[in-house]
Design a protein around this ligand. Structure first.
Ligand SMILES: Cc1cc2nc3c(=O)[nH]c(=O)nc-3n(C[C@H](O)[C@H](O)[C@H](O)COP(=O)(O)OP(=O)(O)OC[C@H]3O[C@@H](n4cnc5c(N)ncnc54)[C@H](O)[C@@H]3O)c2cc1C
Length: 471
């Protein structure tokens, strides 16, 4: 029996692979629904992701999986993004024309002369970058760094740019798309093209959560998927994980399995191991952290507010960092004649934003969005607040040394695979999370000699629930 911990995309992709290989699998998920960070909330007829999730991949097998799962429900969406800078909405990629139009000729001139200067410097020997500040200034110059990167990055991470590891950018992150956008414009100037920046992306008609729901349905036709079930403890002995203690509405039970795939935040996994992990490993885990997110969604009684996919708001005086309008991604995301804006507040669990009351955050969001001219207060019909822990693994300078201590320790468990964004503490996008789950499953299947693959969606006799004993 294989136990998959966490039903985000990584855990579900692993469980789907096991199911197709005919292996008895149980998926356990703490949340009330599957999907993890890639789920879609349905509130009074309005749908929204936890921050808009576009699907984009360069892996043909992952794209085929997603197309196969969603079929006609996968729509192609034009991408249009803007940054709100100094009271103006500037389109990006920031090409010379819109930089001049949006930022004024003097600032545009400073930006592009910085770019030229940094390029010249790059031809000479330069100390390798360590922090995000080193990396960005070396590539884009001080003007752009001060204008956009500094404030936005500090909003996302809650750390000075000098403490954010450059590896974050080196890992080609989508979260700060402007990085790519600007890289794209620079590359264009130098005649190269950055293929990751596209004008279109794929999106499920009913929100990104449809992808996880379809995967879960396919698994659940054969193997159980238990939502509302939290992993409280992970028992081990003799270099193997033996069992987990689960808690759900029916109480607690211990479940024994032969193999375990974990997509739980790696810090949670370390915390729940019994016997406890050695002190240096627990100390290393205490040095790793995740950034959280609070989303405030405001429902408005009109058909459309903006024409953009995302809008970035780097300025510190605006308390949220990004907004999106789900109906620009799929009209099915709101009732007809209505729309909504989702504002993302980047925060840390327990900090001032995380702890603010729902009413206070809704009032602030409505006030700020109406001040920015998106709608008038009287148009607001409803609002919804969601707190999302473990949204972004924090790549603080030096994090890799702590992560190494943890992964070296966990390697001793021959029947444990870490997968996914929070599970492997990597900045994975959805396609990478799916691929990581599939790879994790295949590594177990290769070791246990399973070769049979059932066609996707083929029905089979539902498996009996796994052995468990009340604890
Ligand atoms: C704001 C935001 C915007 C994003 N936008 C994009 C985008 O546009 N495109 C893109 O490709 N990617 C995007 N991503 C990334 C994408 O969300 C992730 O790559 C993907 O969802 C990661 O899936 P996962 O399964 O690895 O992790 P998760 O989704 O974090 O899954 C882990 C699961 O484990 C569960 N769990 C945790 N603790 C326990 C426990 N003790 N017991 C049981 N279960 C537990 C959690 O509830 C969760 O369901 C975005 C992420 C964020 C935060």
């Amino acid at each position: 029996m294989i136990l998959v911990l966490g039903a985000g995309l990584a855990g579900l992709a692993a469980a789907d692979r096991f199911t197709r290989a005919g292996r008895q699998t149980l998926v356990v998920e703490k949340g009330a629904s599957v999907g993890g960070l890639s789920r879609t909330v349905l509130h009074n007829g309005y749908r929204f992701d936890l921050g808009g999730h576009r699907f984009l991949t360069h892996d043909a097998s992952i794209e085929a999986l997603v197309r196969n799962l969603l079929g006609e429900d996968l729509v192609q969406v034009p991408r249009k993004s803007q940054i709100y800078l100094r009271g103006r909405y500037v389109d990006y990629p920031l090409c010379p024309a819109n930089a001049v139009a949006g930022l004024g000729p003097a600032t545009a001139w400073r930006i592009f002369s910085d770019l030229g200067r940094e390029k010249m410097k790059g031809l000479r020997h330069r100390r390798p970058p360590v922090s995000l500040a080193d990396w960005v200034i070396a590539r884009f110059g001080r003007t752009l760094f001060d204008l956009y990167f500094k404030e936005y990055t500090e909003k996302v991470w809650g750390l000075p740019c000098e403490r954010v590891s450059m590896e974050w950018i080196a890992r080609r992150i989508d979260g700060l798309s402007l990085v790519k956008a600007l890289a794209h414009s620079v590359c264009k100037l130098s005649g190269r093209n950055l293929h990751t920046l596209t004008d279109q992306f794929l999106y499920p008609r009913l929100g990104i959560g449809q992808l996880a729901d379809r995967l879960a349905d396919r698994i659940a036709a054969v193997n159980p998927v238990w939502t509302g079930t939290e992993v409280l403890k992970v028992y081990h002995g003799d270099s193997r994980i033996r069992s987990v203690l689960l808690q759900n509405r029916e109480g607690r039970r211990e479940v024994v399995a032969d193999h375990f795939v974990s997509s739980l935040p790696v810090t949670t996994l370390i915390d729940r191991l019994r016997p406890e992990a050695p002190a240096p490993v627990r100390a290393a885990a205490a040095h790793l952290s995740y950034r959280s997110l609070v989303t405030v969604t405001v429902m408005v009684g009109r058909e459309r507010i903006t024409d953009v996919s995302w809008m970035y708001l780097p300025e510190k005086r605006i308390p949220f960092g990004r907004i999106h309008e789900p109906t620009n991604w799929s009209r099915a995301m709101a009732p007809s004649g209505r729309t909504h804006l989702v504002a993302e507040y980047f925060c840390t669990r327990g900090d001032r934003i995380w702890e603010r009351s729902e009413q206070d955050l809704v009032d602030t969001t409505v006030g700020e969005l109406s001040r920015l001219g998106f709608f008038e207060r009287r148009e607001v019909m409803d609002a919804h607040l969601l707190r999302v822990p473990h949204a972004y693994p924090v790549f603080e300078v030096g994090y890799a040394d702590h992560l190494k201590v943890i992964t070296e320790y966990l390697k001793r468990f021959e029947n444990l695979q870490l997968v996914g964004r929070t599970g492997a503490f990597g900045y994975l996008n959805m396609d990478h999370a799916l691929a990581s789950g599939i790879r994790g499953a295949e590594s177990i299947l290769a070791r246990t000699g399973t070769a049979v693959l059932r066609p996707a969606g083929s029905s089979a006799r539902p498996l009996a629930l796994p052995e468990g004993r009340p604890a």
